[in-house]
Write a protein that binds this ligand. Sequence first.
Ligand SMILES: Nc1ncnc2c1ncn2[C@@H]1O[C@H](COP(=O)(O)OP(=O)(O)OP(=O)(O)O)[C@@H](O)[C@H]1O
Ligand SMILES: [Mg+2]
Length: 184
Amino acid sequence: MSEEFITNDALATKKIGYEFAQKLTAGDIICLYGDLGSGKTMFTQGLAQGLGLSQRIISPTFIIVRKYNIGYSSSEAQAKSRSHPGEATTSIGSQKKDSIGRQGDLQNDKIICFYHIDLYRTETEKELEGIGLGEILQDKNAVVVIEWAEKLGALLPEKRIEIKLGQNADESHTLRIDSYGTSN
Ligand SMILES: Nc1ncnc2c1ncn2[C@@H]1O[C@H](COP(=O)(O)OP(=O)(O)OP(=O)(O)O)[C@@H](O)[C@H]1O
Ligand SMILES: [Mg+2]
């Protein structure tokens, strides 16, 4: 898969994120690249909405990892959530609640949670292990979005979707989507 989009405002970038989310399955890892202000968080906000999260996604810059539970009631989500240092967990009801997430019915193709990660302020791979990133990247029930994915270093998964964002001279923004580690 390789696609390119040009957007003229933030809403258009969000919409691409929303539509992109419809194609995602559990275990997908989305690596975002692009300068400050290129639209990574805007795209992620649309993606989160597209996954059925009704709450506005805020940039996790200072917390590094934000985890959002999809499809569980709050009490189930809290009982199931793991905590990592520097991780905030938000439990949110989902529009997809009926179709996914019944306890004892975990399947690989069900998206149980969404991780929004921002590595801008991280400096070492050891630090990434400290926030539990190795484990998060292996969570087959999650969709993971990583801003500043160039910081992943050796943790960069072979199977991933890369999205490169950039601002053009005319103020429009470009998004390029490429899949790696899959045949399509
Ligand atoms: N076409 C567009 N697509 C996305 N954002 C746009 C567009 N046009 C203008 N903007 C503005 O650019 C900014 C993009 O900010 P955003 O937080 O998404 O960037 P970011 O890549 O996440 O930056 P950071 O690296 O600081 O996290 C927003 O203020 C948004 O309103
Ligand atoms: Mg951002």
